[in-house]
Design a protein. Structure first.
Length: 188
């Protein structure tokens, strides 16, 4: 498997190690940044507490909130799970995972709803149970399409799969370039 920049995917053992790092990092976070599109196609950024199960992200959002309305109209979005800046060693290279996702609204009368709410409650606590009883709260499943894991300068990885960890992990080596006096670019 090769990535879009023709860099070969990591060998299985290295890919599994990176996938484990991605999973552990996601496990350490409880909220994500969510970027949706308004009905006019304008970007809108927000955040939401989340859980993930079987490679899917679940969020419980009030339809009073703009991001819930946006997801019901436009099913494409982006999520960012990022290291806290207060604990980051380097502000310009905070560890993060981002995904392009497709959103699906889960009907309240389904087993999928019960499962998603149970998983959110187990991860985030009993507040989820109370919120899920309110008619304006909607459960969304966000299915990752592709992503990127960055763990520092020169250590970025494409996640080329519909799973959170990525079946095809590619080290992105076409990195930063230095400016030269003649306005040409050289490899850093």
């Amino acid at each position: 498997m090769t990535s879009s920049n023709n860099t070969p995917s990591y060998p299985t053992q290295k890919a599994e190690k990176i996938a484990g790092e991605v999973q552990a990092f996601i496990d350490s976070r409880r909220s994500l940044m969510l970027s949706t599109l308004t009905p006019e196609g304008e970007p809108y950024a927000s955040y939401a507490p989340f859980t993930f199960v079987d490679g899917q992200i679940y969020v419980l959002l009030s339809e009073i909130a703009i991001h819930a309305v946006n997801l019901q109209i436009n099913k494409v979005a982006s999520v960012l799970i990022i290291e806290d800046e207060d604990s980051a060693d380097e502000l310009f290279a905070r560890r993060r995972v981002s995904y392009s996702v497709k959103a699906e609204l889960i009907d309240t009368e389904t087993e999928a709803w019960k499962h998603g709410i149970k998983c959110l409650s187990a991860r985030l606590g009993p507040r989820v149970d109370g919120l899920s009883q309110l008619s304006d709260f909607k459960l969304f499943k966000l299915s990752p399409q592709r992503g990127r894991y960055v763990k520092g300068f020169g250590r970025a990885f494409a996640l080329e799969s519909d799973s959170l960890s990525g079946q095809g992990i590619t080290h992105l080596r076409d990195g930063h370039k230095r400016r030269t006096p003649q306005n040409t670019v050289s490899q850093a």
